[in-house]
Write a protein that binds this ligand. Structure first.
Ligand code: X6L
Ligand code: MG
Ligand code: MG
Length: 439
């Protein structure tokens, strides 16, 4: 059995699905035993073309290098590749980079690939996948440190060879994140709603997901976050998580998200060792009976067992009418939602579940209130700042109740509070939001 490393590239059409076509095709030529992340890479050679997505996979095969090459060319054709110009745009490009340490120099087949060392778009994924790989000239890891600069941005986690697909999205991004690392992720349209309100939920849930992995022995206590303006659908966001402070008993992490170099949001999460106490929380007003609350089940319906993994289900929020706010008869509205983390013993997941209604409720509550004020030429900048204090999130139980209250209104600003309880009345989390005007 020979082991080979194959380079994949695409910059025409739906790049991700072209790579997936390649991956499925490769699985017919041998056993795909490993895959790098996908990198989005600036074009080299002919720089007047769209960025590529590049990756490298490892395959074990009983084929010869020549018949593997024939197989690769067949996959390229099946993906619709046309060879129009040298170094030009391509739907799919598959290159044998390395074949069982063999050195081959035949027409159409040069192994190891002659220009691996000059191309960061090959070296970056190759070294990720096979850090120790080398050829007669030397180590590829070493070559990567010497290669000339080329824009190369990691956009996914490593390929899931068991499921043969690359994944990126909300939870995939969370899977990737560790502290002290930055990632570029896609702002998939399915988790950014038109108001951008979902963004806060993403930020908060991501922060908690990172915390859960970095500090499994601790529990979340407070999280502050803010988002600054509506988030565009699509495009790329740069996400960075850093440790600000760490001690044996506590940690503080922060996360920032930039889109096209502009800051859109930031979150801070503090966690402490779990002493099994209720850490935060004061007496809350009576919780409304469920019958008197508005259902947000369609809001949360498809959350499933992953908090926040349901952004489609958040969209109905935009259709919410909030008559008691809108007609000025009340400053509060209440909603209930099934607790997506019922039965979970993961305090981070429970905190994320408590956090989602805060984010979902606070935007429409304060923006609706802001709408009542907009008699003048004011522009409300939808800056939302939330401080969530998590109390006893390890056992949220039952349902959660969300209450959004507008605390303050002026011609310049609107401030609101959202509280979340479990149905037994225990307070789980509180968020505050502030919408400011300019002009
Ligand atoms: C001087 C002259 C320096 C030519 C470099 C480099 C030419 C690479 C062709 C070069 C030169 C190539 C991909 C790509 C191509 C890809 C990205 C090529 C062949 N394929 N750029 N350009 N990813 N990012 O897969 O590799 S064309
Ligand atoms: Mg190539
Ligand atoms: Mg090629």
């Amino acid at each position: 059995l020979a082991r080979a490393y194959v380079g994949l590239g695409s910059n025409v059409g739906d790049r991700r699905s072209n790579l997936t076509v390649a991956l499925n095709g490769l699985s017919n030529l041998g056993k795909v035993v490993g895959g790098s992340p996908i990198y989005e890479t600036d074009p080299v050679g002919n720089t007047n073309q769209d960025p590529f997505e590049n990756a490298v996979v490892a395959i074990e095969t009983d084929m010869s290098a020549r018949s593997l090459l024939d197989g690769l060319l067949a996959i390229e054709s099946s993906a619709g590749r046309e060879r129009l110009e040298r170094w030009g745009p391509r739907t799919l490009d598959l290159d044998i980079l390395w074949f069982d340490g063999e050195v081959i120099d035949e027409p159409g087949l040069t192994v190891p690939h002659p220009r691996i060392r000059e191309r960061k778009f090959v070296l970056a994924p190759l070294v990720y996948l096979a850090p120790g790989l080398e050829d007669a000239v030397g180590s590829y890891a070493k070559a990567l440190t010497n290669v000339s600069e080329q824009g190369v941005r990691r956009v996914t986690g490593p390929v899931d060879v068991a499921n043969l697909r690359w994944r990126i999205g909300l939870f995939e991004a969370m899977d990737l994140m560790t502290t002290d690392a930055g990632y570029t992720i896609y702002l998939a349209h399915d988790w950014v709603n038109r108001n951008g309100a979902i963004f806060g939920g993403f930020l908060g849930s991501s922060m908690l997901a990172v915390g859960a992995r970095e500090h499994p022995d601790m529990v979340p206590t407070t999280m502050t976050y803010r988002y600054i303006k509506p988030v565009p659908e699509g495009g790329r966001a740069d996400v960075k998580v850093v440790h600000e402070r760490e001690s044996p008993r506590s940690a503080l992490m922060s996360m920032t998200i930039e889109i096209d170099g502009e800051e859109y949001g930031a979150a801070h999460l503090s966690v402490v060792v779990d002493r099994g106490e209720t850490r935060v929380g004061r007496a809350m007003p009576d919780v409304l009976p469920i019958e008197e609350c508005r259902p947000v089940d369609e809001l949360m319906a498809s959350i499933g067992d992953e908090p926040g993994n349901s952004v489609e289900s958040w969209r109905p929020l935009e259709r919410w009418d909030v008559p008691d706010l809108a007609d000025g008869t009340s400053d509060a509205f209440r909603a209930w939602c099934p607790n997506p983390m019922e039965g979970s013993d993961n305090p981070y997941a429970a905190a994320a579940a408590a956090f989602l209604p805060i984010d979902a409720l606070i935007w429409p509550a304060t923006m609706t209130a802001a709408g009542r004020l907009s008699t003048g030429p004011f522009i409300f900048t939808p800056t939302v700042e939330i401080t969530a204090r998590f109390a006893d999130t390890s056992n949220p139980g039952g349902f959660q109740l969300g209450e959004a209250v507008v605390d303050h209104m002026s011609t310049k600003s609107v401030a609101g509070t959202v509280r979340v309880w479990s149905t037994d009345g225990r307070h789980i989390a509180t968020g505050h939001s502030l919408n400011l005007t300019i002009g």
